[in-house]
Design a protein around this ligand. Sequence first.
Ligand SMILES: Cc1cc2nc3c(=O)[nH]c(=O)nc-3n(C[C@H](O)[C@H](O)[C@H](O)COP(=O)(O)OP(=O)(O)OC[C@H]3O[C@@H](n4cnc5c(N)ncnc54)[C@H](O)[C@@H]3O)c2cc1C
Length: 501
Amino acid sequence: MVAVTREPAIIREETDIVVVGGGGSGLTAAIFAKQSGARVILLEKHTELRGSTGLSIGSITATGTWHQKRAGIVDTTESHFEDMAKFAGKLAIDDNVELRRILVENVTESVNWLMGLGVTFYGPMPEPPHSQPRMHNILPNSRAYIYFVSREAQRVGVDARVNASVSKLLIEDGRVVGVRVSIAGREHEIRARRSVILATGDYSSSAEWKGRFNPAVADVDGVNTTNVGDGHRFGEELGASVKFGQVVYGPNLRFMPPPKPSVLLRLPPYPWFTKAMRFALEKLPSRLLRPFILSFVTTYLSPEPSMFKQGSILVNKEGRRFADELDKPTYAFGKQTDKVGFIVFDEPVAKKFRGWPYFISTAPGVAYAYLQDYKRTRPDLYHKAGTIAGLAASIGVPVAAMEAEIKAYNASAPGTGRPKIERGPFYALGPVKSWIILTDGGLTVNRNHQVTRADGSAIPGLYAVGSVGQGGLLLEGHGHHLAWAFTSGRLAGRHAAGANS
Ligand SMILES: Cc1cc2nc3c(=O)[nH]c(=O)nc-3n(C[C@H](O)[C@H](O)[C@H](O)COP(=O)(O)OP(=O)(O)OC[C@H]3O[C@@H](n4cnc5c(N)ncnc54)[C@H](O)[C@@H]3O)c2cc1C
């Protein structure tokens, strides 16, 4: 007798709107669609709702906010619109000015909405060439976005599911009518009576997509491993195209995240706490505050290139230098073991980086981190030893190789004008890795966030928000990406539910 194995049946479901992706833009779109009267299922492939939104630094740039008014700043959306072009530089000529206008005219409401949910911002901070301070930084960190927005999604009745990876769109007569999705290993087909909203983020973790537009960074890892361009692929298959695929942020050096987030980082962002934090930031001397604030932000900071100018080197896990630290070392990480390295220096460098102006990292507008801050808040990254051999042992690289490498560096130092590494104690910070922070290529969309074909016609039933729905909008400068994620999410959620048509 021949054994017959049956394929497990596909589970069939129906709703009004399916949102693909559970970061800032997807959660927001789901909430606004639900509040506009639609039944909504949100599908997130990761084990938790988060996206790049919950990994970001968390700044949002906006005008006319409570914060600007309180600081007596008179600002206009028109001036914000013009300043955005200054950030975009030569590319500004091809920018999607229609979407830029939608962004500047609606972002204030996004900030108000987030504050209404419980989010606390600190600012506004200046960031030239903005003509006014416009950068609002979330407290205590960007996980607060996800905390408050996913709580709101739950409150309004969005059916949000994690471990749910969408593999394709269902099409009937040229219209998008649903998705095929694997949820915790079981195949589902979910029909969407009104529309599907793509909120799948960018393709910063796809070697294939990065290689297509920007081969030099193809093997540099993205920060958010689940953003691999799925939504871009779905849109392209239906005739949409990707605009500004060549624009990437990075590669940037960043320290690896801590093995386990601290208790402080795991605390819910209670408004009483974040408001007290804002008060303290505004009123107390920074010398009292820095240690406390830094315990929140040293999770995601980048080391400053000035460390290398002042006499630090990079070694890989074999104890070898692998790049000229002053000439784009970030591009060389992709070829190293585990794609990581260590920053190695001696006491004269350490002495400098204990005080202004030699900070190791900065979180925009919030804090500077010096060597002693890393020692206190990130002991997993901080290594110190009396000898090079002791330091090599502490970071786990071959002693002889690192000693030889530093000897060779010191021999070449006089010719390069860089200080030698010779006066102990010796230090290392790491592992440090090079990352692509984000990619800016987005699917072509119209002013209602519907995905469009090359001839400008809308693909029936398909919307895109956040990074995948960037539609050729340039978001240079701090805080415009999150501004777009929440703003496009709000507007598209309503459009997709039919509330604005
Ligand atoms: C380190 C870092 C710092 C940043 N700092 C800032 C900042 O300070 N200010 C700023 O404005 N911007 C910042 N950004 C950029 C900003 O975070 C993003 O542009 C923004 O969060 C994008 O939101 P999104 O909703 O489009 O995507 P995301 O938040 O990335 O959400 C996309 C989600 O879709 C899911 N997904 C993908 N494919 C599928 C699929 N097939 N099925 C189901 N789910 C899928 C992903 O798992 C992901 O959770 C930063 C980014 C990083 C990485």
